[in-house]
Write a protein that binds this ligand. Structure first.
Ligand SMILES: [Zn+2]
Length: 418
């Protein structure tokens, strides 16, 4: 089923205007010898907030490909869909992020757990996994506990997968299973068991998004112990490759890192691990492209800057409403937020450098950035005024979109340390 390349990046484009600027970054990294497939991801929640549908995203993607003449492969992701939301995504999408986090810890039928543990009894023991110095140990207890925690989620993944397959009627699509939006991280041993269960369920998973240790807040850097993350990530990569071979899953099976934009302290380490192990990677960004639109508008000055300030004023006033849906994945210090009156006095440069994610920049304000990130609803409500400003200040906007993706993401990840 897999027709996705070894490396791919999920790029959001909330307003569907930045495809060409994103492709410019993909092309620039290709010129450096690294092929990265581009995947436009947009969740049902984002579509509902903005008032678009999956067909609009397909149109924007195809349009950008046509306009740029880009020959690389690209996908449109039905991001974090479930059985309830998948249907309208099936036709326009060819990448499906099947989110089963809500089914983790839903009690699986005791017979199903018993059948799984007996079928997969050979998983108990110590596995010598290529790439890992220590064997991966799975006890009876871990096997049974993982089965009862995850089998309901795995069976839901199967139901969603079969629904898509039936409707796709032979057309290829990429299968991602995501378990990241949950409280507890999965260990590499649990990941191995989950992959065995997905294989048994007949889900040809191309990429899997586990929940990693540490915090992956939207639009800001990783919070946690980087060395611990990297050893966990390495073990997960090895477990996934081992699982692909042992359980007959697609040979290109790779890990997906969600909320993966802006995790600057991890990129070099992640990049060197996947290169060393010959593994693949899907890095899904948090849809921060729209923040680069705001940076560009602010830099442009005039109406663009006025609109950027208006978005902030409104987001500041609607804090609870805008933050609530993202409460688990943002960490805003309200005391660090400037008042809208203060922001109104800023120059475009001040606004841009407070928002742009350059940690060495003294004006950079991560709370300001996170509040604006969840405030895309405000820009959506502006409708044509916002979109017209993007058109008027196109050069400023595109320069920032491309630079962010290329210089702060693709290069450190795929060329870092070289
Ligand atoms: Zn996710």
């Amino acid at each position: 089923m897999a027709n996705i390349g070894r490396f791919s990046i999920g790029t959001g484009d909330r307003f569907g205007r930045e495809g060409a600027a994103q492709i410019a970054a993909i092309k620039a990294i290709a010129d450096k010898g690294v092929t990265v497939d581009i995947v436009w991801n947009k969740s049902n929640r984002e579509h509902l907030t903005i008032g678009t549908g999956p067909a609009d995203q397909r149109g924007a993607a195809d349009g950008a490909i046509k306009a740029t003449g880009w020959k690389g492969s690209y996908f449109v992701d039905a991001d974090h869909i479930s059985l309830k939301t998948v249907d309208r995504f099936i036709e326009p999408c060819d990448f499906f992020t099947i989110d089963v986090a809500d089914f983790i810890d839903k009690a699986a039928a005791p017979e199903a757990v018993a059948a799984f543990t007996s079928r997969r009894g050979k998983l108990v023991g110590e596995h010598r996994v290529p790439g890992l110095s220590e064997p991966l140990a799975i006890s009876d207890t871990l096997l049974a506990a993982t089965a009862s925690r995850y089998l309901a989620a795995v069976s839901e993944a199967g139901a969603v997968y079969r629904r898509i397959r039936e409707k796709k009627a032979g057309k290829p699509f990429v299968v991602e299973v995501s378990m990241d939006e949950t409280a507890d991280p999965q260990s590499p041993a649990e990941l191995l068991v989950i992959l065995a269960a997905l294989a048994d369920e007949g889900v040809p998973v191309d990429t899997i998004a586990p929940k990693f240790s540490g915090r992956f807040n939207k639009g800001v850097d990783y919070v946690g112990n980087v060395q611990e993350f990297l050893s966990e990530f390495r073990a997960d990569v090895c477990a996934a490759s081992f699982a692909a071979k042992s359980f007959g899953l697609p040979p290109g099976l790779k890990l997906s890192v969600h909320s993966g934009s802006d995790k600057f302290s991890l990129y070099e380490g992640i990049g060197s691990i996947v290169r060393e192990l010959g593994a693949g990677l899907h890095l899904k960004t948090a849809g921060t492209t729209w923040l680069e639109e705001l940076v560009g508008l602010a830099e442009a000055g005039g109406t663009g800057l006025k609109i950027a300030k208006e978005v902030y004023r409104s987001a500041y006033g609607r804090y609870e409403e805008l933050v609530a849906p993202y409460a688990e994945v943002v960490d805003i210090d309200r005391k660090a937020l400037p008042t809208p009156d203060a922001v109104d006095l800023w120059t475009g440069l001040q606004f841009a450098s407070s928002l742009r994610h350059v940690q060495a920049e003294s004006r950079y304000n991560r709370s300001f950035r996170q509040l604006l990130h969840v405030g895309y609803k405000v820009a959506a409500e502006m409708g044509a005024r916002y979109l017209d400003a993007l058109a008027a200040d196109r050069a400023h906007v595109e320069r920032n979109v491309t630079e962010n993706l290329l210089e702060r993401h693709l290069k450190p990840l795929f060329l870092g340390g070289r």
